[in-house]
Design a protein around this ligand. Structure first.
Ligand SMILES: Cc1cc2nc3c(=O)[nH]c(=O)nc-3n(C[C@H](O)[C@H](O)[C@H](O)COP(=O)(O)OP(=O)(O)OC[C@H]3O[C@@H](n4cnc5c(N)ncnc54)[C@H](O)[C@@H]3O)c2cc1C
Length: 419
């Protein structure tokens, strides 16, 4: 690096981690290029509410150029990065090659189908805005189709929604979809017997929410069953076809819609040198979040694995705090100082399971019911970028809470193609 050269930091991925790193570096006047394949930031925790027509798609995303309007040294580029060359310090997309002095890889994760035959072709993943819109369209379209047929078996097939995966995403989706069907759809389709519709939640293990204390898993299971969700534990999916889901015990469920929430894999771009990886293909980073063997490259958020005693769960807080630490460490390196280890402050975790019910773990306390539900709404509204989005979301939530319906239920085309 020449003495007059102003170092350039390239950040790949404008999710929770990348945005946080860019903000911190931008505040210190650092020359940053933030790259994402979309020109917006996605607030992923609320996607399930787009999929179930509680919120509109535009309420959970925020334009990146607006987000960084007050940061003159942060530039944005919409591009899909497909290769990183560590030796020449260049990243490549289909049409551009960009050099860097420091690189932050914050590309998050992608859906993983765990090698289940037919799952990638015949199930709908739940990871991006496009995925959420596709699920919403499928649910709405199937109700429209069912309204036209008289054969009860066909109606049941069209209105059976199988959700694979009993973690937070599967549970939130199951609870919300069940409410959509038995509230708003009851009014929209008065001539359709909504009792024929089924939301089925398949979990491979013996507990829902495996990463939460067992009592919260049990509470969730009871709550969902009471609401009418068919919860199936110890149900491992072996095959998905266009007509049905097959389980390892040779039973099958006829369903037109299968939603896949059962696994994620790190979304690391291709690199010219192999990188050490941990489970789920996460790149292993040092405690300072630097990539092993590459002092000027950081891996943050869902894409990385930090080798510490702390067990990370792949949640937004981890990504946000890692983004900040990477930025701090780059600032230290620029001043000739040594990077410091990542020190995670665990603020706890929350999930919504129904209209007035949630579960959560804050410090050593397990909370459930109304308090957890209310805290989830508070925290997520606080972190959602944009005043207009917050007001819009609040309005939809109030409408949903009091009238049982949030967003209008029009079938809209997808906004973008993924990956
Ligand atoms: C459905 C769902 C619900 C969730 N709910 C919660 C919740 O309630 N609470 C919570 O704390 N956590 C939740 N999580 C987890 C949380 O969303 C993630 O931990 C968090 O988004 C990780 O942040 P990140 O910055 O690492 O990645 P992301 O937020 O995924 O961002 C990665 C960014 O990189 C971009 N990108 C990827 N590859 C490339 C490439 N090659 N070129 C250019 N751009 C690229 C993507 O477009 C994306 O914008 C949920 C996750 C899912 C899937």
């Amino acid at each position: 690096m020449k003495p007059s050269h102003k170092p350039k930091v390239v950040i790949i991925g404008a999710g929770f981690a990348g945005v946080e790193a860019a903000k911190k570096l931008g505040k210190h006047g650092v020359n940053v290029l933030l790259i994402d394949r979309h020109n917006y930031h996605t607030f992923i925790p609320m996607l399930y509410q787009v999929a179930t027509a509680v919120l509109y798609p535009h309420q959970v995303i925020y334009p990146l150029r607006s987000l960084f309007r007050g940061f003159p040294t942060v530039n944005f580029l919409q591009a899909n990065v497909n290769k990183v060359d560590f030796d020449h310090q260049i990243i490549y997309s289909a049409d551009v090659a960009i050099d860097y002095d420091y690189l932050v890889i914050a590309t998050g994760s992608q859906s993983q189908f765990l090698g289940v035959t037919g799952a990638p072709e015949n199930s709908l993943p739940m990871r991006t805005l496009t995925d959420a819109i596709a699920i919403r369209n499928q649910v709405l379209s199937n109700f429209e189709k069912a309204a036209k047929v008289t054969d009860e078996k066909e109606i049941i097939r069209l209105l059976t929604f199988v959700i694979v995966g009993g973690g937070a995403t599967g549970i939130e989706l199951a609870g919300s979809l069940n409410e959509l069907i038995h509230n708003a759809f009851k009014k929209d389709y008065p001539n359709l017997n909504s009792n024929l519709a089924r939301v089925m939640l398949l979990q491979s293990g013996e507990q829902l929410f495996p990463s939460y204390p067992q009592k919260l898993g049990n509470y969730t299971e009871k709550y969902l069953r009471r609401q009418g969700v068919k919860v199936h534990l110890n149900s491992k999916v072996s095959k998905v076809t266009p007509e049905a889901v097959y389980l390892e015990d040779n039973t099958s469920i006829f369903a037109d819609t299968v939603i896949w929430t059962a696994g994620v894999l790190a979304a690391t771009p291709e690199t010219n040198r192999s990188v050490k990886t941990a489970a789920k293909d996460k790149v292993i980073v040092e405690q300072t979040l630097q990539l092993c063997g590459h002092k000027n490259v950081y891996g943050v958020g869902d894409v990385s694995y930090v080798d510490t005693k702390e067990k990370f769960n792949g949640v937004a807080q981890e990504a946000i705090q890692q983004g900040k630490t990477a930025a701090d460490n780059i600032l230290r390196q620029m001043k000739g100082r040594s990077p410091e280890p990542f020190d995670y402050f665990n603020k706890g975790r929350l999930a919504i399971i129904g209209k007035h019910a949630g579960v959560g773990k804050i410090d050593k306390f397990a909370i459930k019911g109304f308090l957890a539900w209310f805290l989830w709404l508070e925290v997520h509204l606080l972190y959602l970028p944009g005043i207009r989005n917050r007001l819009g979301v609040l309005f939809n939530w109030l409408k949903y809470y009091f009238l049982g319906e949030g967003a209008s239920r029009i079938i809209i085309s997808t906004v973008n193609s993924e990956q």
